[in-house]
Design a protein around this ligand. Structure first.
Ligand code: UDX
Length: 447
């Protein structure tokens, strides 16, 4: 039975580690953040992800899942059999400050710290999203720094998990992609993922560069699909048409499909926005910038959605936010997570605050993470509390809880019955029946 280490225990690494432990492997999770490691080791998730609480405590209790903040422990994991331990690297690759390109400093630092301690030929597998060519560069670095030299192996295994479905996507992914340079690495990875491939999950073997590009291309496609429907929303608004009906009609065509075709405030999060920018930057370096010029437009359409939401909200406030009380429902970049990285909801909330409104935010799980980043916004403990005395409610992250609220109960507490549905997810008929002026992006005011 394989031993596995997972370096970097964020949303991706922590879930990967616990999921692999649930398959029966002995797993060591490592992070330089001592606080995070202490929480994980005690079976306490440092972030919210559905099902992760139970999975983590089960796997920690089983003894198969342990944590450390020492690279020496990682390198020594497996003792005399450590050559058979495989090391997954799951650290993040944020956008570089003031640039489009990805910052690979964290992943470089993992190799720099770990390689000198790997004294027997070992397999290191990158999972982070990286610019094409990074894996080849890291292979040289790994070999140069490790006492095992050219016998060190590096593979790439991009991760496609969505937050909110991270466990499901890890244990039942649509596909596995492994970029390898030798048969031994392929065999080791096939072995790790055998419990998954045995259930029929396809595993594709590629070269390193292709495996890196699969991830970038997937995120570029998904972003393009969202911005496509949001561009249609702009045209619908101009033509007096209804983008929700348009999207539904398109979705019956199996070549198009309905997923990622929901118009609204657009995409955010720690992946799609920065990944399409990093992809453009890398294509530019490779001399293929024209090929991805369209992603600039995808990005621009997406950012315009935030501006349009603010404009529509201002219209609802008779042209000025000054002295208005605005309730913002949702702070996470999407439902079922407490992640607020590049959250469209918070971007809108903060802009409106700066334009003179009093803004009260409520999110079922992300109030704390939001308050750390935007301490000047007010935070409420419930949707109704946020709505109390409001001149306008902005529905900006489509949590189920908001759909299930009774608009009649909300009508009792607001100052004015106005709601702007930034996610096209509320039942407009119900809200109108409760006396609200309901507005949504890409839809005529009467729909
Ligand atoms: C994404 C990719 O889906 C995943 O494969 C990759 O590994 C990481 O990036 P994630 O960031 O967790 O995952 O969120 P995702 O579910 O893709 O949603 C991204 C954003 O798009 C969210 O802000 C969401 O609200 C928005 N979105 C999604 C839309 O605006 N409309 C849609 O139809 C779908």
């Amino acid at each position: 039975m394989k031993r596995i280490t997972v370096i970097g225990t964020g949303y991706l690494g922590a879930v990967h580690a616990a999921s692999l432990a649930s398959l029966g492997y002995e797993v060591l999770g490592m992070d330089v953040d001592a606080e995070k490691i202490a929480a994980l080791a005690a079976g306490r998730p440092p972030f919210f992800e559905p099902g992760f609480d139970e999975l983590l405590s089960e796997q920690v209790a089983s003894g198969r899942l342990t944590f450390t903040n020492s690279y020496a422990d990682v390198a020594a994991f497996g003792g005399d059999d450590r050559a058979n331990t495989v090391h997954f690297v799951c650290v993040n690759t944020p956008q570089r400050k003031g640039e489009y390109a990805a910052d690979t400093a964290y992943i470089d630092s993992v190799i720099d710290n770990l390689a000198p301690l790997l004294d027997v030929p070992t397999l290191v597998i990158g999972k982070s999203t990286v610019p094409a060519g990074t894996a080849a560069r890291l292979t040289s670095r790994l070999r140069a720094l490790s006492p095992a030299g050219d016998e060190m192996r590096l593979a790439w295994n991009p991760e496609f998990l969505r937050e909110g479905y991270a466990i499901e996507d890890t244990l039942r992914p649509d596909r596995l992609v492994i970029g390898v340079q030798d048969e031994e690495s392929e065999a080791a990875l096939r072995d790790v993922y055998k419990p998954l491939t045995d259930t029929g999950i396809p595993l594709l073997v590629t070269d390193l560069a292709t495996s890196e590009l699969v991830k970038a291309a997937a995120n570029a496609f998904l972003s393009t699909k969202i911005s496509f429907i949001n561009a249609m929303a702009e045209v619908c608004e101009a033509a007096g048409a209804d983008v929700m009906l348009l999207s539904k009609a398109l979705s019956f065509d199996p070549r198009i499909g309905g997923r990622f075709l929901v118009p609204g405030l657009g995409f955010g999060g720690g992946c799609l926005p920065k990944d399409i920018r990093a992809f453009m930057a890398r294509a530019g370096e490779l001399g293929a910038d024209q090929a991805l010029a369209f992603l600039k437009e995808v990005d621009a359409i997406n950012m315009r959605r935030r501006a349009r939401t603010i404009d529509l909200a201002r219209e609802q406030c008779n042209g000025s936010f000054l002295g208005k009380r605005i309730a913002v429902w949702g702070a996470a970049f999407k439902p079922d997570t407490d992640d607020v990285r590049d959250s469209p909801a918070l971007n809108v909330a903060a802009s409106i605050l700066l334009q003179g409104a009093q803004v009260t935010v409520y999110d079922p799980k992300a109030n704390d993470t939001a308050a750390k980043n935007f301490p000047t916004l007010n935070y409420a403990d419930s949707a109704l509390e946020a709505a109390r005395g409001a001149n306008l409610i902005l529905h900006l992250t489509e949590w189920r809880e908001f759909r299930e609220l009774d608009p009649n109960a909300v009508a009792e507490v607001v100052a004015e019955r106005r709601v702007l549905d930034g996610r096209n997810a509320l039942d407009s008929d119900l809200w109108r029946a409760a006396g609200f002026i309901y507005r949504a992006l890409g839809r005529p005011s009467a729909v």
